[in-house]
Design a protein around this ligand. Structure first.
Ligand code: AMP
Length: 230
């Protein structure tokens, strides 16, 4: 069964960090829509130029654009044996479109990373990101990325006022996704307010439990139905 993993959770929950670790350990691509958009902004593509102001305000880029980006990315060969999606879907319309894109593929494994609000604000306003590879690091870890040596900078949307707006957007538009996916047997929630190593261990255990259960679901392992329903 392909590991088609989707990470849910508010900004600052650690989705990116855990997605990166998990993808690397399993040899599957991490697909972060935030990284894709930031790269488009840096290279100055049409999508990047349109997305920049929206991202700087902490709002969401429109569904049609995001669905197009993800559809195209998931069609690439390297995603055939699994992937980790980070930052998509962020609306119920994106989730419904993703179910369509996933038709005929193994089911999505959905993990929600839960972290209390005060901890999110603290983490976001003190995190740095690598300009070259997108790796996240808390402030105070020096001026260069531990992975690639690139320059560490603060994200323009990690200022305190934008962080508060991003959390509002999360509660209004993205949190309903938890209810959208919770009814599926492939959904798990984990505690993100722990050390990154402990979260990674809980994530691996949650995924192993889903896989053990999912192989007993009808259709899995052959041609799985789109997004397994209970
Ligand atoms: P992230 O790195 O996931 O926090 O994303 C940074 C910003 O990119 C978000 O605040 C949005 O403006 C935009 N973005 C990323 N993913 C999506 C998405 N799936 N839908 C809409 N906007 C997105």
């Amino acid at each position: 069964m392909a590991l088609n993993l989707l990470m849910l959770g508010p900004p600052g929950a650690g989705k990116g960090t855990q997605a990166e670790r998990f993808a690397q350990s399993r040899g599957i691509p991490k697909i972060s829509t935030g990284d894709i958009l930031r790269e488009a902004v840096q290279t100055g593509t049409e999508i990047g130029l349109r997305a920049k102001a929206i991202m700087d305000r902490g709002e969401l880029v429109n569904d049609e654009v995001m669905i197009g980006i993800v559809r195209e990315r998931l069609e690439k060969k390297d995603a055939a044996n699994g992937f980790v999606l980070d930052g998509f879907p962020r609306t119920v319309a994106q989730a419904a479109a993703l179910d369509g894109i996933m038709a005929g593929r193994d089911p999505l494994i959905v993990v929600d990373i839960m972290v209390p609000e005060e901890e999110l604000v603290r983490r976001l306003s003190s995190r740095m990101i690598c300009r070259s590879c997108g790796h996240n690091a808390p402030m105070g870890h020096g001026p260069v990325c531990a992975l690639c040596g690139g320059e560490l900078i603060q994200r323009t949307d990690d200022s305190e006022s934008v962080v508060i707006d991003r959390l509002k957007v999360y509660h209004g538009q993205s949190e309903p996704l938890v209810e959208y996916y919770r009814v599926r047997p492939t959904f798990r929630a984990i505690n993100g307010a722990q050390s990154p190593d402990q979260v990674a261990a809980d994530l691996a255990a949650a995924i192993a439990a889903v896989c053990a259960h999912a192989t007993r679901l009808p259709g899995v392992g052959t041609a799985a139905p789109s997004g397994v329903q209970p």
